[in-house]
Each structure stands twice: as structure tokens, then as C-alpha cells.
Design a protein around this ligand. Structure first.
Ligand SMILES: CC(C)(COP(=O)(O)OP(=O)(O)OC[C@H]1O[C@@H](n2cnc3c(N)ncnc32)[C@H](O)[C@@H]1OP(=O)(O)O)[C@@H](O)C(=O)NCCC(=O)NCCS
Length: 173
């Protein structure tokens, strides 16, 4: 890895209720920028908590040795019923902690958790095409762009831009 922080240790563990204020502190500015996710930019803390913590099957945090929260991800079934064997995840790294490999580690961790939970594949529904670092990152971790939704994301700077559906099979039989 190429940053001076690359060797700084961090661990990934399940979210505790006490972690929420720190998790919200990193989600809020990310959602407010409105350039990577389609959550309302002015989403309330309660709605964000419902979406990131209550609705998913599990939520995890990446923490520094001193316990500071550096990143978070959730995992949930992408569809109910007959589509529930494919999971969906969302990932955010704190702005100050980006480029340290935290999302890479969360992506690998989430795939392990997904397999452990019995999911057979992972799908990202709405990867904004201008979020090129994220697209590259997911591709490096084995995700393919299986479809592109033309102009599906209204970017605050670039206007209507494409969004990718990205998919990785986790269980090969
Ligand atoms: C995308 C995101 C999760 C990546 O987190 P991260 O912890 O910085 O990612 P990593 O350090 O593991 O990986 C960095 C790699 O991804 C690329 N990258 C990802 N996001 C980047 C960003 N915002 N700026 C620059 N590079 C980025 C880098 O090029 C780097 O690749 P390299 O190793 O070849 O240099 C983070 O930027 C983020 O939280 N963004 C806002 C929310 C978001 O976009 N989530 C994903 C939605 S699909």
C-alpha cells in the first residue's frame, strides 16, 4: 500500500450501540455531499440509523487501536424471499481515514461474513460511475459491472450520471 498510514493497525468488529454517535459523525458528511449514495442529503439521524443499523442484518465498524471509528459497513439481503440469498452492503470510510485500505479490508471482511451468513452472492445496486475510486476498488475485489443504469444518479456537480450494478458470486458449486 502506498500511504504513510498503511501499517496503522485497525480491527473490524460488530457495531455496539455505543458506537452510533461516531458512526453518524462519519455518515452525515458523506450523505450530505450527495455524490456517492442516494440517501437524502438532509437525512435525519434517526432515519440514517434505521437504514444503516436497524434494517440491515448486521453492521460492522473498523476501529483504530485507540477505539476511534474509522469506517463502517452493513450487510443485508438484497431482496426478500426468493432473492434473499444475494446480499447487499454499503461502506463508508471516515474522510480523514481514506486511502489506508480500510474499505478494502471491510470489503474482504464483508465477503467472509456473507459466506458465514449463508449468502451466495453480493450485489451493489447503485455504484455511481463518477465514484471511480470505489468502482476500481470493488473491481479489484472481484466485482463485475453487470449493468449500467443510464443517467440514474443525479450528481450535485455533474448532473445525471450513470450508476453501475456490481456483482460477485461468493459460492462456486
Ligand atoms: C469509497 C470508500 C469507501 C473507499 O474507502 P477507503 O478506505 O479510502 O478505501 P481504501 O483505502 O481501501 O482503498 C483506496 C483505493 O480506492 C481508491 N479510492 C477509493 N475511494 C477513493 C477516494 N474517495 N479518493 C481517492 N481514491 C479512492 C484509491 O484509488 C485506492 O486505490 P489504490 O490502492 O489503487 O491507490 C471511501 O472513499 C468512502 O467512504 N467514500 C464515500 C462513500 C462511498 O463512496 N462508498 C462506496 C459507495 S459504492
Amino acid at each position: 500500500m502506498s500511504t504513510p498510514f498503511a501499517k496503522t493497525p485497525f480491527q473490524i468488529r460488530p457495531l455496539d450501540a455505543a458506537d452510533w454517535p461516531a458512526v453518524w459523525a462519519l455518515l452525515a458528511p458523506t450523505f450530505a455531499r450527495a455524490d456517492t449514495y442516494s440517501y437524502p442529503p438532509d437525512i435525519s439521524e434517526a432515519a440514517a440509523r434505521a437504514a444503516w443499523v436497524a434494517a440491515p442484518a448486521a453492521t460492522f465498524v473498523a476501529c483504530d487501536a485507540d477505539g476511534s471509528i474509522l469506517g463502517t459497513y452493513f450487510i443485508k439481503p438484497n431482496q426478500p424471499g426468493q432473492g434473499a440469498h444475494v446480499c447487499n452492503c454499503g461502506y463508508v470510510t471516515a474522510e480523514a481515514a481514506r486511502g489506508r485500505g480500510i474499505a478494502a479490508a471491510m470489503c474482504e471482511h464483508s465477503q467472509g461474513e456473507a459466506r458465514r451468513m449463508g449468502f451466495r452472492a453480493m450485489q451493489f445496486n447503485f455504484v455511481v460511475s463518477t465514484n471511480e475510486g470505489a468502482v476500481r476498488l470493488w473491481q479489484r475485489h472481484g466485482f463485475d459491472i453487470v449493468g449500467t443504469l443510464p443517467g440514474a444518479f443525479r450528481h450535485p456537480v455533474h448532473g445525471y450520471v450513470d450508476a453501475h450494478v456490481m456483482f460477485k458470486t461468493l459460492i462456486h458449486v
